[in-house]
Write a protein that binds this ligand. Structure first.
Ligand code: B12
Ligand code: SF4
Ligand code: SF4
Length: 228
């Protein structure tokens, strides 16, 4: 059974065809309560799939144009199709971040990539800043040989001014919470146009990873999904 570098390289190549990338992974330990793997028995390893910047967007929009217009969650459907195909070839079970009950994607990502949360709740990446996300995960019935993870700089630790906590018109984000309802009311309301058309002002205020910032139309798409 291929459990090492070739397996991971084959999966990465399959994902790259759709602008997706592997975001690391780990073997579950005795203390974990893993979700079922491909056979239904608890999974032994997980590989996270995601995006840096908006790289999957052109692939997704091409797919979208060929599908009926009334799909409720088209990005989830696309992710499921594309990642499901790669999972099938690799003998894995694919799961998504919006599958219910929610799986702990951010906890998995912290473990897989050594990332930590920004004050906005979004994990901070040393290269991509706040401009990355998870589109799925592959669950395996066997362990995988992972390289030893390098330690990762958490940029927020050295960011004294924290501009991400100063741009929101309703101060929805504070050091330890997110006022979901206040944000939603503002985004939906008469003064929410900047958030609706250009994305969250707090997220856009972070000075890191700007080369990966999602274009305005992509941010508007995510904001519309958030505020519907
Ligand atoms: C429910 C949810 C929300 C809820 C949070 C409600 C709550 N208080 O839990 C709401 C609707 C507020 C939300 C909003 C957003 N979310 Co959200 N959300 C999720 C989702 C689907 C489930 C979270 C969960 O309960 N997990 C189960 C628990 C057991 O797992 P966990 O790893 O321990 O969960 C952590 C998160 O819940 C986090 N958390 C708690 N509150 C909030 C609030 C925000 C804003 C974020 C980002 C995280 C966060 O703390 C937990 C401890 O580590 C996850 C995907 C997932 N499966 O995790 C995405 C996810 C956390 N969201 C994400 C993002 C990007 C956002 C947004 C910033 C952008 C967007 N999607 O439009 C918005 C914020 C809107 C804005 N102002 O811009 C990303 C984060 C990516 C990253 N780089 O870290 C995720 C991982 C989805 C993805 N596809 O990648 N989200
Ligand atoms: S502005 Fe500073 S504290 Fe906020 S997310 Fe960016 S680096 Fe982190
Ligand atoms: S989307 Fe707008 S209202 Fe919501 S937290 Fe960001 S800046 Fe504030």
């Amino acid at each position: 059974m291929n459990t090492g570098r070739d397996l991971v390289a084959d999966i990465a190549a399959g994902l790259a065809e759709n602008g997706l990338i592997l975001r690391g992974g780990f073997n579950f330990g005795a203390q974990d309560n893993p979700p079922p793997g491909p056979s239904g028995a608890p999974a032994r390893a997980v590989l996270l799939v995601g995006q840096a910047g908006a790289a999957p967007w052109p692939h997704y929009t091409r797919w979208r144009e060929s599908r009926p217009a009334d799909r409720a969650n088209p990005l989830d459907t696309w992710s499921r199709e594309v990642i499901g195909e790669v999972a099938k070839k690799a003998g894995a079970r694919a799961v998504g971040p919006n599958d219910k009950p929610f799986l702990p994607f951010q906890q998995w990502a912290m473990r897989a990539e050594g990332l930590k949360p920004s004050p906005l709740g979004i994990l901070m990446h040393p290269r991509y800043g706040l401009w990355h996300a998870y589109r799925g995960a592959l669950l395996f019935g066997h362990e995988i040989s992972f390289p030893t993870a390098n330690s990762v700089v958490h940029l927020c630790d050295a960011c004294i001014d924290k501009p991400c906590l100063k741009a929101c018109p309703v101060d929805a984000y504070s050091k330890d919470s997110f006022a979901y309802q206040a944000c939603l009311a503002h985004v939906r309301g008469p003064h929410g146009r900047p958030c609706r058309t250009m994305g969250c002002l707090d997220r856009n205020a972070c000075p890191y990873g700007t080369a990966y910032r999602y274009p305005a139309d992509v941010q508007a798409f995510h904001m519309a999904a958030f505020a519907r």
